[in-house]
Design a protein around this ligand. Sequence first.
Ligand code: NOJ
Ligand code: CA
Length: 537
Amino acid sequence: MTHAPIAAPWWETAAVYQIYPRSFADSNGDGIGDLRGIIDRLDHVADLGADAIWISPIYRSPMADFGYDISDHLDIDPIFGTLADADDLIASAHAHGLRVIFDIILGHTSDEHPWFIAAAEGRDSPFREFYTWRDGPTPGSPVGGPPNNWTAGFPAGAPAWTWHAPASQWYLHSHLPQQPDLDWSNPDVRRAQLDVLRFWLDRGVDGVRLDSIARIGKDPELRDNIPGQPDRHQNWPVVHEYLREVRAVLDSYPDRMAVGEVWLFEQDLIAPYLMADQLQLTHNFVFARLPFDPAAIGTAVADFEKLADDRVWPAWFLNNHDEPRIATRWNTATDDEALREARLRLAAVLILTLRGTPFLYQGEELGLADTNLAAGVGSDANARDPQRTPMPWKPPSLAGPGAGFTTGEPWLPVGADATTRNVDTQNRSGDSTLAFYRKLLRLRRSRQSLLTGHQSLINSPEGVLAFVRSTNSEHSLIALNFTAEMQTLHLPAPTHALSTASHLLSNHAQLAQPPMSTVSTLELRPWESVVADLTHG
Ligand code: NOJ
Ligand code: CA
């Protein structure tokens, strides 16, 4: 009997590709990526087999945090292009079969936003209450210091308050002092920011990534955080009420979604954000801090499955513009090139076969590492430049130091690995990292079990992570050998009852193993990652 495919919303089956616009493609030679550049390179994303793009912020901004400090939510920064370019980008992505996710920052603005400029004029400003101001001792006075012990992200652990001399008050910010927090307890703020959301939904974006979203809810009494419970009063449960209002706006349009950046490292804290009336997805940060260790990864996956019922859908990532790339983080100085490559491919198989929505970060498909920058190069407040260097499209030996990213001087140097890890060179080889990602994404798309199937982890030898993804009619076995030794995986019942398995994909160049006639065991070669079909014989 055949089963109708399970209808799943697009964001559950999509593979999402993150574009950091400053570093993706520069169309006008000023050394900074822009919207025209993205439009020109959408073929690459569509050929890769991604289903959606998430674009980091492109709005008007003084760029203290490279766009995460917005001075006008409703216009595009001239460095990136114009509103007409944004419309073209949305239309062009759709024509390529790609959904579009914009990065929306509900919780803070730039200090150069007209709301903050007005608010800073004085205590009587009609916009004063858009932000949080508190009296407190003047810095430097004998009892000087901010109103409470809350901390900001940049630099990590700095006070979340900055003294504003003209009105002799402190204002609150979760990130840089140039990024004052909006006060979401003020209904006027909520109304204004939900209008921003509508503005972009009306222009045709399919989804939004909600930046630093846990921070829109704060303890109204501004009480001190408690030692051992970091940030608790800065991530107050009232956030869930606000998210219901956000969700109501999304639901007033067909098929729109929000993925939240819930920057919390304990998975039980993110589950409440994934309720039916709130976010469809949250980035799961747990992998960002895990070592290259199958036991730790397996535990994180199992923990999420335990927490979440069937309606809650995970979203996994290994790289983004804030975190060191895994090609750096998961490698050691002693790794040779073959081992380095095997690890990258193992990571690719992991992220693209786990139950959940995978998010890839530009350059991940080339296996890019962080770029070693000379002292004094790079200007990010939080030292995130090494993972933000430009995307290499061509070998620098042919295209010069811009590596096809720009004809001018790139705003940050392209990484040394661009000699081989660039799009053109990898496009020419059937065995490149890029070719492997492409194969894997195609395989994923072609197998319902990898898209929507249930997942069960298999009891594996130390050093191996293995799981089965199943629908009623299709079973995919994923087995990842994290060691330099051969490993034998014993497949337990009921998988064991299935009688044939064949490799669909392996990171070993040849699929030396013929289709197996029995699947009670599976031999894994050193560092091998396998996706196999299990069928009833
Ligand atoms: C999270 C973003 O990913 C990061 O790049 C940014 O600096 C902070 N939020 C503040 O907006
Ligand atoms: Ca440009």
